[in-house]
Each structure stands twice: as C-alpha cells, then as structure tokens.
Ligand binder design. Structure first.
Ligand code: HAM
Length: 438
C-alpha cells in the first residue's frame, strides 16, 4: 500500500525547511522587537468558538471547517485561524487585567477545507499578531507598520497595502441596507451563493471570488460614503499616521475580508508576484469580539500573514528557493572498530560534550556542523560520500589516540595532523571563522 500526504497538505523537506525556519525566526525577532510575545494555543478548539467569532455565514464556517466529535462527544474544530483562540486565551487567563495594552503573537498551522491550488492549502501556516486595549488610530498604524516590517524582513520587494473601513454598529446597518438594495436589484447576475448571502449577510457578497459576480460587485456603493463621523475620523487618523510612517496605502472601498468580526479598519497586503492567491496576509480591528465572548468592552486589532505565501513572495518556496546545506566536517574512520570513537570526536567538534555550553549559548561562528559516516564501509566509499556532502573538511579518526588526519576538500590537500581533540577543534573552528561560505 502506498500512502500520500492528504490532499491540500504537503511535506516541507530539507532545503525548503531551512527557509521556513529562517523566515519564522526573522518574524519572531521582529515581533519581539515590537513587544509582541508568543502565545501557543491548542490546534483545536470547541467548534462554537469559531462559529461565533468568524461568523455563521462566512465561507470559512459554512464550508471549510475541519470539525469532528471526540470520544467524549464534544464537537471540536481544527483552528481555521488564530484570532478567536487568542481572544479566548486572553479572557481565560485574564491577560489584559490591569494592562492598558497587551500585545501577543502566534506562529503555527491553520486548517481550512478549501479547494487546493497554487498558494492555497488545507493545512497552511500563519504568523500573527493581536493587540488588545487601545482603540485609536495609532494602534492600527503600529499593526500595519509591524506587518510591513515582517514582510520586508522576509525580503519581499514589491507589496501593496490595501486599506478600508467597515464602520461600526452605528453606521454599518445603513450600509448593509444600501448594499442589500443594490444587489437585490441585480440578483439575476449573482451566483447561487451570493443570492443566499443576499438573505443572510449581504456584505459577504463583496468578498465573492466568482468571476461572474465581479462586474456587479465593482459597481456596488462604497462603504466609505456611509461612515459615521467617529468612524470617518478614525479612518482619516489611520491614514495620517501611516503617512507619518511613510507607508503608502491604497484605499480599497470594497475590501471586506472573509471574517465577520471586523469593525472599522480592515487591511490586506498583496504581492504582485503571487498571481491569483495574492494576499500575503490581512487583518483588521475587532472592537466587539472580546465583549461578545463575555469580557469587558475591549478594542482590539490584529493581522495574520500566510507563511506559505510569504515564502512564495520572497521567492523561497519549493526546490527553486532551496537553501543549500553543507556540513563543516565529515568524520570518517578506516576501521569499523573506531566508530564509537568517531561518534565521540564528532560530538566534541560540535562543542556538545557534557559540561560544554549548550547549543543555545554557543555562537554560530564557533559551532561546527559535523556528520559521521556510521556505515562501517570502505574508506574509499566514505570519501566519495564526504565529497558529495560538500563538507569543507574530512577528519579521519584512528582506532587509537594517534592524532587526527585532516583533508581540506576544497583545496584538495591534506593538512598537518592534529594531535589532540582540542587542537583539532580549534583548527576547524578557525577555518570556519575564516568565513568559507556554506
Ligand atoms: P485571513 O485573511 O483569513 O485572516 O488569513 C490571513 C492569511 O492567511 C491570508 O492572507 C493568506 O496569506 C493565509 N491563508 C488563508 N487561507 C489560506 C490557505 N487556504 N492556504 C494558504 N494560505 C492561506 C485571518 O486568518 C485573520 N485571523 C487575520 C486577523 C488577525 N485579523 C485580525 N487578527
């Protein structure tokens, strides 16, 4: 029987996995510099949590949830996004208690039963940030600034920030009514789903991706014409703050995003290089959600970046974007009886003997990546393998304590034998520090 990864999922293999690790490390570093601290929430939650936040009439809830019943008869759902879980955790642990503002980040996989295509998967990853407390435009500006910093940190050159406001409880009902009237008059040109949305949640029509619906959507009234004074002021304030930060934005009056919890500001970042699935990420304000979950009225705003798409936009996805990997050293033995010694020598070279500073404390410049041929085959076969790995140096470990022979594979020459493990390690470290690119 041959197994394959489930449809819409994939294995991230060596070569690509290094790019993922690097990009997530860069994002984590930037999030930390902005004071956003990581929360790791469960990968599944009670189904109700998502239904009540993301919204019953959204595509995510109607069509895309991975919902199952556990052996205790609970309805659980693999998380399709991170915001609902963060709000739950925020309230469950009183994370906002006595805090004028609270900043959180998350990095991890999300699950949506979508039709897979380039840049769209059933298991995908997000890097996200959420800010609870401040309701003013400065919070929105910090969020978008952080978003752009992460994208820049990943080396994505050309992105567009789309910005819109969805108004609030005061002005949105009037807009919803206008939209309902507009689409009702043109219902014959809408897809079946949109006809249904007309009844349940007409704003969702603006988010329809069916090509046939686009001409009608493009002519729809703009939400920006119906904003109440406080929402208009907030929207102007966000734009002003972004101008001060020199972040250009494109106003997108039909951007509603696919989740129901938003109030006021919504934004999305698009990268031209991505084609149809061109949203690298998106976010917005959700000033009512904490209250809806039983907490005190707490303005909040956040975003998520699709890690899969960020890598694509940075040209680092798939085999083309692969990171080359070469060990610093291959440790070989001519005598199978010396394999145990070879393992010990390799560990010393890595700087990981008992009592040595742990891998976290050791700097990259002094930590060697060392692999051992543990097959016990002929020296000739081992040398061929060592050469294929691209290692800069080969070290031969003798069966007794008779010094270590070293071969510089790049220069193709043997080096002076090193008598002790310490001198061998110093020699190899200084070679690595000379900056031979890996
Ligand atoms: P979202 O727009 O649903 O927002 O997802 C954010 C990003 O996740 C998308 O822009 C995209 O890059 C990526 N993404 C979504 N679905 C897929 C998929 N099937 N395959 C690959 N990538 C995908 C949210 O999830 C909100 N929680 C954002 C937010 C945070 N709003 C406030 N706080």
């Amino acid at each position: 029987m041959k197994f394959q990864a489930p449809k819409g999922t994939r294995d991230i293999l060596p070569g690509e996995s290094e790019s993922w690790t690097e990009l997530e490390a860069s994002a984590r570093d930037i999030l930390a510099r902005y004071g956003y601290r990581e929360v790791r929430t469960p990968m599944f939650e009670s189904t109700d949590l998502f239904v009540r936040s993301v919204g019953e009439s959204t595509d995510i809830v109607r069509k895309e949830l991975y919902t199952f019943e556990d052996k205790g008869g609970r309805s659980l759902t693999l998380r399709p996004e991170g915001t609902a879980s963060l709000v739950r955790a925020y309230l469950e642990h009183s994370l906002g208690h006595g805090q004028p503002m609270a900043r959180f980040a998350y990095v991890g996989p999300m699950f949506r039963y979508e039709r897979p295509q380039a840049g769209r998967f059933r298991q995908f990853w997000q890097i996200g940030a959420e800010l609870f407390g401040p309701g003013g435009p400065a919070a929105d500006a910090e969020m978008i600034d952080l978003f752009v910093a992460i994208i820049r940190g990943a080396g994505v050159p050309d992105v567009t920030v789309l910005l819109n406001s969805l108004g609030d409880d005061v002005c949105r009902p009037a807009y919803r009514e206008r939209i309902r009237e507009y689409f009702t008059a043109r219902a014959d040109r809408l897809c079946g789903d949109c006809k249904e949305r007309l009844r349940t949640n007409p704003l969702r029509i603006l988010d329809c991706k069916i090509p046939g619906c686009q001409p009608v959507i493009e002519g729809a009234p703009s939400v920006l014409d119906t904003l109440c004074d406080p929402c208009r002021e907030h929207f102007d304030g966000v734009q002003e703050a972004l101008r001060a930060l020199a972040i250009p934005v494109t106003i997108a009056p039909r951007l509603v995003r696919g989740l129901d919890y938003y109030t006021r500001t919504v934004f999305e970042v698009h990268a031209g290089s991505l084609g149809a699935q061109n949203a690298v990420g998106g976010g917005g304000r959700y000033d009512d959600l904490v209250e809806q979950f039983g907490g005190p009225k707490t303005p909040a705003i956040g975003f998520s970046i699709g890690t899969d798409r960020l890598l694509m936009a940075a040209g680092r996805a798939g085999p083309e974007g692969a990171t080359a990997w070469r060990p610093d050293v291959c440790v070989l033995t001519r005598d199978p009886g010396a394999l145990d010694r070879a393992l010990a020598v390799a560990r010393s070279l890595r700087g990981l003997d008992a009592g040595a500073p742990g891998s976290g404390a050791e700097r990259r410049e002094t930590s060697l990546q060392v692999i051992v041929d543990i097959t016990g085959r002929s020296a000739n076969a081992q040398m061929k393998w060592a050469s294929r790995t691209g290692a800069r140096h080969v070290v031969f470990v003798p069966p007794d304590a008779d010094g270590y022979s070293i071969r510089d594979m790049e220069a193709g020459k043997d080096e002076v034998k090193q008598k002790t493990i310490e001198s061998l390690r110093d020699f190899l470290r200084s070679r690595a520090a000379e900056g031979a690119p890996r």
